[in-house]
Design a protein around this ligand. Structure first.
Ligand code: NAP
Ligand code: MG
Length: 400
């Protein structure tokens, strides 16, 4: 069989633990037999980040900016325990955080739906995508305990001016105080990434915040979205037959639960963190959630939403066979190959992305799956629990 060619390389970012093992298996079993794979390889595994003083992460992010499309394996974000385990000189920052900062992107998370894995909300027929703003708010806040008798104020100072806004007078009791920020530039990027993604996917876009209570902060987000939409996107949305609207976050929650799904729900940073876990769980499994980081200038980075599945890795290292679910990592590759194909006008490569996804879903729907899915399976076929490698080979059989 003639292999599918590639014009431009993908940025390939390898990772850690169980997902690193799965990464190599996917390439050997599902990609290399069909595609003449061209990648620019960066090893973001923790030992390589340590050896390069984390330079490799910055180089990988720059490569995504240069080449336009990347695919990333899950990586360890070190904590104190990992510093000891890997003998690190520093508690290196989250690679995802570094890449997000370089690409200034928005993270879109979408569940992979399969007949037989039934969402907890019976009306959900189509996947719900969460678009999470990935900068600022409480993730970059300043917090303090306040003692009884102290007073907290917000001070905004310029070169010649100073504004002092009283937050609270703690004369009767102590408490806590917090300061946070966002920037117009970041919110504009967020808005454009969401509008572009909605057009790309031909899906409605909802944006929700709490502007009735946060009359300046959240209202700013609402106004920036509205301004960019009317000036740059309204006509394109009409043409594509899709809709944009803003609503209050509590109203959005109620509407999402009653909906059939199929929309993109743009959330502020914290809301997106919480809602993406809720949506992933309600659709069945975190192991079935894909994630793509889209920058406002059109760069794409694909990955699985889950982590390095440490518990399975220790079993693997002890010589046991594991049944770790590779589906979200397969979809990271298929998404990246399809996007590369689309950008390069390489129809065969884009079609391969579709075929790989179809083969993966068909395999599960025929009853062949990993253990995490077998325990929640409600399909017609008898569920057969396979190891990761057996599952990948079953998908390859369908691809053939
Ligand atoms: P995790 O790796 O997502 O795993 C949590 C648990 O969820 C697993 O122990 C497993 O449950 C289940 N699970 C997740 N993915 C699965 C899959 N593909 N197949 C089967 N079961 C799956 O999260 P974590 O244990 O909190 O984090 C582990 C490491 O990953 C940490 O070092 C963290 O820093 C890193 N992390 C990286 C990313 C990223 O790179 N994007 C994201 C999150 C976490 P059972 O053990 O019950 O089978
Ligand atoms: Mg979270």
């Amino acid at each position: 069989m003639k292999k599918i060619g590639m014009n431009t390389p993908l940025v390939e970012m390898d990772g850690d633990e169980m997902t690193r093992v799965i990464w190599a298996m996917i390439k050997d079993i599902l990609l290399k037999p069909y595609v003449d794979l061209k990648t620019e390889y960066y090893d973001l595994g923790l030992p390589s980040r340590e050896a390069s003083g984390d330079k490799v992460t910055h180089e990988a992010a720059a490569a995504v900016k240069r080449l336009g499309v990347g695919v990333k394996c899950a990586t360890i974000t070190p904590n104190a325990q990992r510093v000891t385990e890997y003998n690190l000189t520093q508690m290196w920052k989250s690679p995802n955080g570094t890449i997000r900062a370089v690409l200034d992107g928005t993270v879109f998370r979408t569940p992979i739906m399969v007949k037989g894995i039934v969402p907890y909300i019976p009306t959900w027929e189509k996947p719900i995508t969460i678009a999470r703003h990935a900068y600022g708010d409480i993730y970059k806040d300043v917090e303090a305990y306040v003692s009884k008798g102290e007073k907290a104020s917000l001070v905004v100072s310029g070169k010649t001016s100073e504004r002092v806004l009283e937050i609270f007078d703690f004369s009767k009791t102590g408490g806590v105080v917090m300061g946070m920020h966002n920037t117009d530039a970041s919110v504009r990027s967020f808005a454009r990434s969401c509008f572009n993604y909605a057009l790309d996917r031909r899906q409605d876009l909802w944006f929700a915040a709490k502007d009735t209570i946060s009359k300046t902060y959240d209202h700013r987000f609402k106004d920036i979205f509205a301004d960019i939409f009317t000036k740059e996107y309204e006509d394109k949305f009409k043409e594509a037959g899709v809709e944009y609207f803003y609503t209050l976050i509590d109203d959005a929650v109620a509407r999402v639960i009653r909906s059939k799904g199929g929309m993109i729900w743009a959330c502020k940073n914290y809301d997106g963190d919480v809602m993406s876990d809720m949506v992933a769980t309600a659709f069945g499994s975190l192991a079935m959630m894909t994630s793509v980081l889209v920058s406002p200038d059109g760069n794409y980075e694909y990955e699985a939403a889950h982590g390095t599945v440490t518990r399975h890795y220790y079993k693997y290292k002890a010589g046991q066979t594991t049944s770790t679910n590779p589906v979200a990592t397969i979809f990271a590759w298929s998404g990246a190959l399809r996007k590369r194909g689309q950008l390069d006008g390489n129809d065969a490569l884009a079609a391969f992305g579709d075929k790989l996804e179809r083969a993966t879903i068909d395999t599960i729907e025929a009853g062949e799956m990993t253990g995490d899915l077998a325990v929640i399976w409600k399909g017609e076929a008898q569920a057969k629990t396979l190891s990761t490698e057996e599952f990948l080979k079953a998908v390859a059989k369908r691809l053939d």
